[in-house]
Design a protein. Sequence first.
Length: 131
Amino acid sequence: MSPQHPVEIILLRQLASYLTIAVWMMDRDGTLIYYNEPAERLLGVAFDAAGPIHAEQLSDLFRATDLEGKPLADSSLPIVRALLKQQPTHGELRFCGMDGIWRHVEITAIPLEGQSDRFLGVFATFWELNE
């Protein structure tokens, strides 16, 4: 059974399911809450098949690198930076999806605040760049 999420997260997840741009959502503890169908295509794995993913696993799981091919630490990933600093972040990187395909993407991650300034997690959008 999954934990009950704040209403703001539930509504944002519903919205994300209709968007045509890839969306990734993490809760305040850095655990994956959801990613949508466009994200599934880029990540190479369906959300339901991904299992629990935590922020510290991202760069190993998806073999994230900078544009020169140097492996990135989790703390360098825009979504993790937004989570840790609770500030919007943006970046460009390469990663290998679960389907074995390397992709060059741009990512924008924003912290989510609920009523009474409660930190709820991070919402990130990402898209593939043509090289």
